[in-house]
Design a binder for this molecule. Sequence first.
Ligand SMILES: [Cu+2]
Length: 207
Amino acid sequence: MPRFEPRGCGRGIRSAAIFRVVVPAAAWVGLCGCSPGDATIADAPVARAEIHSCSDAEITGTAIFRERPSAEGIKLVDISLEMSGLSDGRHAVHVHETAACEPCGAAGGHHDPGPFGESAPDAPDFNHPFHGGDLLNIEVIDGTGRLSTTSTRFTLSPGRMSVFDADGSSLIIHSGTDTYCDQENELEPGCAGGARDACGVLVRIEQ
Ligand SMILES: [Cu+2]
């Protein structure tokens, strides 16, 4: 399976939405986080995660995170994720709060520096689905999945929303689907994706 690289831009994808949705494979080549007319991204922070299985299953993947400013200077992070080996269907994808994947539980809860700011490993807190690290599901067909989305909920550059806080962050791919369950009291077990299938530590790429 071809890997996508953090450098170089083909066609741009312009979107004002907070999140973008799953894209067909044919459009994948253009998803490098560049938008015609956007401010220059030559110095934009970029991060990468090499994603590995949480078990003996042969699951691998790569994620590229690229921060760019919107036209009015708001920090957007374009996320491109490519996975192989997951079961077919939709899998929850979240940024988790610690740069550790050995074991996958070491990644902690969902990255969430916002006003609620409480996460517990393996137990989505009541701020779900509003954690900073909550992303869209990745859809896997015939063992392959690709996701392109954009978030305004966290940054790569320094600041209180940054994934590169004191202990870093990881990307977790779950066994099940995140239904974006939103219950005031206790979440239905597994509704945020359940067990962890794969994990990758986010590493800043120097350009
Ligand atoms: Cu998660």
